[in-house]
Design a protein around this ligand. Structure first.
Ligand SMILES: [Zn+2]
Length: 199
């Protein structure tokens, strides 16, 4: 049996990633036989820990555990589209490529988020951890130039429906799954375990 005790972790020391432990595990392979019992091949089970760097977007993911939703705004006066607000968070303005300014959009989301369109799916990709069917919603916000993808945790989506963000502040995963949405005026006792309204 593979020993998972020393599963890899990463620390940053002097500004550099310092991986420690095991990042690749090999499990015993198994034979693949044809209907008539002839050997056709083997399975090669592998367990790989992928190190995913958030770069300039780390602030967005870090803020979710604090119950905040951040986007960015271009403040470059020379930009053709200065003042444009983006959510998803864009570290650099896609128009002028200058560094954008982080803006806290929690209040904007609480008061103006609406379902632009939606998609309900029974079949998801590998490693999906959301309960099926997944209610993916595309969310629009007043004064924001872009649409944000998310998932509705309660109820059935409708176009134009007012929704509010909820945040996994208890045991956060530090992924986009820490952000979800529920219909406006959902009572807090109905929220999924670990989730709360914004702070
Ligand atoms: Zn710009």
């Amino acid at each position: 049996m593979t020993n998972l005790e020393k599963r890899g972790t990463v620390k940053v020391i002097n500004g550099r990633y310092r991986p420690n432990g095991n990042f690749h595990y090999i499990y015993p392979n198994t034979p693949i036989y044809s209907d008539s019992g002839e050997l056709m091949g083997v399975t090669n089970p592998r367990d790989i820990t992928h190190i995913h760097t958030y770069g300039g977007e780390a602030h967005f993911f870090s803020s979710l555990k604090d119950g905040q939703l951040w986007g960015t705004r271009c403040d470059n006066p020379a930009c053709e589209h200065t003042g444009t607000v983006n959510l998803p968070y864009k570290t650099y303005c896609p128009d002028c490529l200058k560094k954008a300014t982080p803006v806290n959009l929690t209040a904007v989301a609480n008061s103006t988020a609406k379902v632009h369109t939606f998609m309900v799916t029974e079949r998801t990709g590998a490693f999906n951890t959301l309960e099926k069917p997944v209610r993916f919603i595309n969310i629009e916000f007043y004064g924001v130039a872009t649409i944000l993808m998310g998932y509705l945790s309660i109820g059935e989506p409708k176009i134009g429906m007012r929704v509010v963000p909820i945040f996994r502040m208890l045991d956060p995963t530090f992924t986009i799954l820490d952000l979800s949405w529920v219909p406006e005026e959902t009572p807090s006792e109905n929220l999924p375990s670990g989730f709360s309204f914004s702070k």
